[in-house]
Ligand binder design. Structure first.
Ligand SMILES: [Zn+2]
Ligand SMILES: [Zn+2]
Length: 238
């Protein structure tokens, strides 16, 4: 039994049987004062079906955190709000006004985030990093270290880890999520790995848009610190 964990509930990379896969990413974060749904995947019915498989009722979720506005991370949001609208939705600052209004009309509380900072005890946003799309990561404070959850890491994982480390002044030891390395050369991935290790990252649980070849290289380099992730995987937080 993990005290604090993330469980992947939407992914195109499949870890466990019995779930419906789809392009995108979503994870449930447990063990803090509030239970968070990080991103929503692209299809709401798939997300809700996977939650049902895990015996997690939508009513157990207290807040949704959206990393960036791409459809494969936000597409399931309104279906989720139809199942539970008594929540706060944390959004990146380039979200459209129409979406903010629609969330409000659905009965939920939209909160648009720009700079970094704690949003729930022990949980912070990295703040918005990069452009087109702007993206934020979720930082989870642990024992002497932190975990970073990413959607696609479009701005570059190094930049997100750097911003994450400043939130609680804790080194980011574990990274979970999409790393968007599909087209990267081996040299580029090795350079990223060096940067991550210098920043204190010891464990990596990539999935979604990381890319198969890139995931293989990360597995080699991280060795015991590599966590085979994907749909259905439950990962203990630091
Ligand atoms: Zn994306
Ligand atoms: Zn994505």
């Amino acid at each position: 039994m993990f005290l604090r964990y993330a469980q992947v509930v939407f992914d195109n990379v499949v870890f466990a049987r019995g779930f419906k896969s789809g392009w995108g990413f979503a994870a449930i974060i447990r063990g803090y004062s509030k239970t968070i749904l990080f991103d929503t995947g692209s299809v709401g019915d798939t997300l809700l079906s996977n939650m049902l498989t895990l015996n997690v009722s939508p009513s157990e979720i207290d807040a949704v955190f959206i990393s960036h506005t791409h459809d494969d991370h936000m597409g399931g949001l309104f279906a989720f709000l139809r199942a539970n609208h008594r929540i706060e939705v944390f959004l990146p600052e380039d979200v459209s006004i129409g979406t903010v209004v629609a969330i409000d009309e659905a009965g939920a509380i939209p909160t648009v985030l720009g700079s970094g900072g704690e949003i729930i005890p022990g949980m912070a946003t990295t703040g918005i990093v990069g452009k087109n799309p702007r993206e934020q990561g979720l930082v989870l404070a642990g024992d002497g270290a932190a975990t970073l959850i990413t959607g696609c890491a479009h701005p570059g994982l190094g930049k997100l880890v750097d911003a994450a480390g400043k939130q609680f002044d804790l080194p980011v030891k574990l990274v979970i999520g999409g790393l968007h390395l599909g087209q990267s050369s081996r040299r580029k991935i090795l350079a990223l790995t060096r940067q991550l290790k210098e920043l204190g990252v010891e464990q990596l649980a990539p999935s979604h848009c990381t890319g198969e070849a890139s995931t293989q290289i990360l597995a080699e380099v991280f060795g015991d610190g590599f966590i085979d992730s994907g749909l259905g995987r439950r990962i203990q937080l630091v």
